[in-house]
Design a protein around this ligand. Structure first.
Ligand SMILES: Nc1ncnc2c1ncn2[C@@H]1O[C@H](COP(=O)(O)OP(=O)(O)OP(=O)(O)O)[C@@H](O)[C@H]1O
Length: 314
């Protein structure tokens, strides 16, 4: 079921078309990644969905509501975590989160409870009295996220939430985003870090110059540039191994395009769409081949971007 629907969206700034007939849908309960280089139109699209920016043409609905007609209701459904950190330096962490949550009309007791929960969620529950100036960049980013989620929004929109953070905060942020999804929220997330998008997004839209280049799950996107992935399975060949029978059996399995063996590493070419790896592994076990390691080589989204646009992503 689609929770957010963007249809033929156009936004111009003078001569610049920041969003150019963009259409995509976000399913309820998924992490949706909006991926594109600098200036692709990601922030503009998010600002439109969150009703912060008006647009020239098209239609956007959130939870079935037209955002132009139901601005106030939609604002309550959404938690926005902006790219530029929006927190007050003179307020401590708890006061900051309470302030932002109060904008959504929480009563005093709910407010403190929800603010504490949000701070705990981002790993800052021991920093409630600390002011942003005494925090690291990563902690400030996490506080920024807490401010956007304390009112328990159904749709959480994060604009490049990991820019300039250390590896530990980055992992914390990514895990938090997954947890928000697992608790039932729908998440839209922008990035120009390919690896992050691959890591956490259920579906991905690649945009460039305000236009949709491709949209789908990672597998769907990858299958646009190739229909074969290579899997290397390291094993230990037993003395009585019936290699010919094994290879014949594997070759007959749906989706298998090729098999070869070298130095106890079995190389399989398998269909991206018809990924049969579970059954293949079962055959390894049936033939007494232990699985020591599995490595899969799939073209990266960097390659995909390059193939589709003729340009490097960054
Ligand atoms: N307020 C504005 N006034 C004029 N031009 C703007 C404004 N906001 C964005 N733009 C232009 O619109 C285009 C899309 O910008 P946008 O910030 O949406 O891209 P982005 O994909 O979010 O980029 P980044 O990754 O750098 O944040 C760019 O050409 C940008 O210069």
């Amino acid at each position: 079921m689609s929770y957010v629907a963007v249809e033929n969206l156009v936004k111009k700034y003078g001569d610049i078309t920041a969003v150019d007939h963009l259409s995509f849908t976000v399913s309820k309960g998924e992490i949706f990644g909006l991926l594109g280089p600098n200036g692709a139109g990601k922030s503009t699209t998010l600002n439109i969905i969150t009703t912060l920016t008006d647009f020239d043409k098209g239609k956007v609905t959130v939870d079935g509501l037209d955002i132009r007609e139901h601005k106030a209701e939609i604002k309550r459904l959404i938690g926005m975590v902006p790219q530029d950190i929006a927190i007050y330096d003179h307020l401590n962490a708890l006061e900051n989160v309470k302030f932002f949550a109060s904008l959504y009309g929480y009563g005093k007791s709910d407010l403190t409870r929800n603010a504490m929960e949000a701070l705990e969620f981002v790993g800052l529950s021991d920093k409630i009295k600390v002011k942003p100036k005494q925090m690291s960049g990563g902690m400030r980013r996490r506080l920024n996220i807490a401010c956007g989620i304390a009112h328990k929004p159904k749709l959480i929109v994060l604009d490049e939430p990991t820019v300039g953070v250390d590896a530990q905060s980055r992992e914390h942020i990514l895990n938090s985003i997954r947890l928000l999804r697992d608790r039932g929220a729908t998440v839209i997330y922008t990035s120009h870090y390919m690896q992050e998008v691959e890591q956490i997004c259920d579906s991905i839209a690649i945009i460039d110059k305000g236009q949709l280049i491709a949209c789908g799950t990672e597998t769907e996107l990858v299958s646009m540039v190739t229909d074969v992935q290579t899997v290397f399975i390291k094993t230990k060949i037993p003395i009585n191994f019936e290699k010919e029978t094994f290879e014949k059996k594997i070759k007959l399995m749906p989706g298998v395009k090729g098999i070869s063996e070298e130095d106890s590493v079995i190389k399989l070419d398998i269909s991206v769409e018809q990924n049969n790896i579970g059954h293949i592994i079962q055959e390894f076990i049936n033939f007494g081949l232990p699985i020591i390691s599995i490595k899969s080589e799939l073209p990266s989204l960097d390659t995909l971007f390059l193939t589709l646009t003729g340009r490097e992503l960054r």
